[in-house]
Write a protein that binds this ligand. Structure first.
Ligand code: NAG
Ligand code: NAG
Ligand code: NAG
Ligand code: NAG
Ligand code: NAG
Ligand code: NAG
Ligand code: NAG
Ligand code: NAG
Ligand code: NAG
Ligand code: NAG
Length: 435
């Protein structure tokens, strides 16, 4: 049986369901597969991005690619798990060593990288290193350099950082994914005191809320601006089904990205946007709980799932849940609503995507379905990373224990208190959102 029994009967009223945390989240396979992946890393170092479709074997890419930070970031996340949440000092040390050794080859990207706005993703392991050792000068320099590279892409007329470079420099393209990269600006501001970085992040988020998010809370993937006038030229898709559809992973980046903007600023407009995007996302998940790669993709032929979009949304919803609790401690309905939704999304999508015989933890990720040929139904490194993060967050929120057994999300004793210590783990020594 894949899941522990449901804590409460599902779908009693359509809104009072409470699923349980999937046992796979804390399976020994999580650590052992990540250790095995480290053994398989080529020399010179390349990074796993996605697997093939039939055997689940990782495909490796050079450091200069937007996804390469996720492997070392996963090692740092596992270090956090074993250092403080589910103490095991030898495992903690092992994962810290791997995080350090596999982020080292990314230092060179400070001098030359073609990833553009995605320097934010590349910064993850360095930010995590600073949570372990704030005096590590290599990590300080990496975070500040990546932030400067992103800030250099800001255009004050448009009000955004440029996502993709184009042959016509007046065609200024911004993608919803870019919300995830703004965090490096806040991390660098914390190191340098340079508040211009926060101003850039807020301007970008405000423009994105204005031009990417539709009135119903859904999102466009790409908005093209004219860099000389600031006008919106076009709204379209790149990785979704159609220009007017909602690409599921983009919607998930948005939930996380706007909740994260609230975390960094306390500006209520950001949590309001995150709520609207989360409500839309949940309203579109079909009754079987399986997240498709695009919410508007046709059912025939069967539309591929995207387990990575489910994992990213899970972690975004858990952040939102913690924020509702801290915003208004009495708003337990809000906090529990989002955490229950997160756990259900996680359970439903782990149930079919968990793949013991593959090198990745999860299968059924869709990297890019409009690509030629379509790249769907694979393992994806960021799906696995957010799966690990979901486990860490659930433990720190008191909603799961290291054995994998869930506490009852619906019981009053598990009501969410950000910063609350988990009873059966070691005391938490720092806040959980490291990035
Ligand atoms: C701690 O982690 C090591 C791997 O580093 C593993 O061999 C050992 O079984 C773990 N101990 C416990 C109690 O889980
Ligand atoms: C400092 O951080 C870098 C990048 O994360 C890492 O490669 C290096 O091993 C760290 N140095 C020490 C002394 O821990
Ligand atoms: C703050 O950051 C911005 C963007 O990188 C930069 O233009 C500016 O020079 C920085 N200010 C200081 C005082 O370093
Ligand atoms: C942007 O506006 C300028 C000035 O009107 C125009 O020359 C240019 O072609 C426009 N660029 C695009 C991509 O629409
Ligand atoms: C997308 O929706 C807008 C607003 O409803 C509409 O004007 C436009 O024609 C639609 N585009 C496509 C390609 O369906
Ligand atoms: C947001 O508000 C909370 C609660 O007052 C406070 O603890 C936190 O430091 C604030 N964060 C920021 C970025 O201002
Ligand atoms: C409580 O949470 C719900 C659900 O997110 C939200 O709609 C509502 O505005 C929140 N109320 C307050 C006072 O924050
Ligand atoms: C998951 O992927 C496998 C192929 O790896 C496919 O056979 C299966 O139908 C997919 N499941 C869902 C729910 O999409
Ligand atoms: C999924 O990818 C495969 C392999 O590229 C392709 O043949 C298939 O058409 C894709 N599925 C859909 C529904 O697009
Ligand atoms: C999970 O909880 C059940 C019931 O309390 C218990 O019998 C079982 O041993 C627990 N499993 C683990 C792995 O801790």
């Amino acid at each position: 049986m894949r899941l522990f029994t449901l804590v409460a009967a599902a779908c009693l009223t359509g809104s009072s369901w409470a699923a349980s945390v999937p046992a796979e989240l804390f399976s020994p396979l999580v650590a052992s597969k990540f250790l095995q992946t480290a053994q398989n890393v080529p020399n010179p170092v390349q990074y796993p991005q996605y697997t093939d479709r039939s055997q689940g074997v990782w495909q490796y890419f050079p450091a200069d690619y937007w996804t390469t930070g996720f492997l070392p970031a996963s090692y740092y996340a596992l270090h956090t798990r074993f250092a403080s949440l589910c103490p095991n000092s030898s495992a903690a040390q092992q994962f810290l060593d791997l995080g350090r050794s596999l982020s080292a080859p990314e230092v060179a990207l400070e001098q030359h990288t073609t990833v553009g706005h995605d320097v934010g993703f590349l910064s993850f392991p360095f930010v995590q290193e600073l949570a372990v050792d704030s005096s590590n000068q290599t990590a300080v320099t990496a975070v500040n350099t990546f932030a400067t590279l992103l800030a250099d892409r800001f255009n004050p007329i448009v009000g955004c950082t440029r996502s993709w470079d184009t042959s016509d420099p007046t065609d200024f393209q911004v993608i919803i994914d870019n919300m995830m990269n703004l965090q490096v600006l806040f991390d660098s501001m914390a190191l340098t005191g340079n508040t211009t970085l926060r101003d850039i992040a807020m301007s970008h988020a405000d423009k994105t809320a204005q031009n990417h998010i539709r009135p119903d809370g859904s999102s466009y993937h790409v908005v093209e601006y004219n860099s000389t006038t600031g006008d919106v030229i076009r709204r379209r898709t790149a990785q979704g089904y159609a220009d007017n559809s909602t690409w599921t992973r983009g919607q998930a980046w948005g939930i996380y990205g706007f909740a994260n903007m609230y975390r960094n600023t306390n500006e209520s407009r950001y949590i309001e946007t995150a709520r609207r995007m989360a409500s839309f996302y949940l309203s579109q998940v079909p009754s079987d709980g399986i997240v498709p790669w695009d919410f508007d993709a046709p059912l025939d032929p069967p539309r591929p799932a995207d387990s990575s979009a489910a994992m990213i949304a899970t972690v975004g919803l858990l952040m939102l849940s913690q924020q509702e609790a801290s915003l208004s401690p009495s708003n337990t309905t809000g906090a529990q609503y989002w955490s229950n939704a997160a756990i259900k999304l996680l359970s439903d999508n782990t149930a079919f995507a968990w793949k013991p015989e593959w090198q990745s933890l999860l299968s059924n990720g869709t990297v890019n379905n409009p690509a030629s040929p379509p790249n769907n139904l694979t393992g994806i490194i960021y799906g696995d990373y957010y799966f690990v993060e979901a486990g860490n967050q659930l433990i720190s929120m008191g909603l799961a224990s290291c054995s994998g057994n869930s506490t009852s999300p619906a019981s009053p004793s598990s009501s969410i208190q950000p910063g609350q210590q988990h009873t059966s783990g070691a005391p938490r020594t720092r806040r959980m959102w490291l990035l």
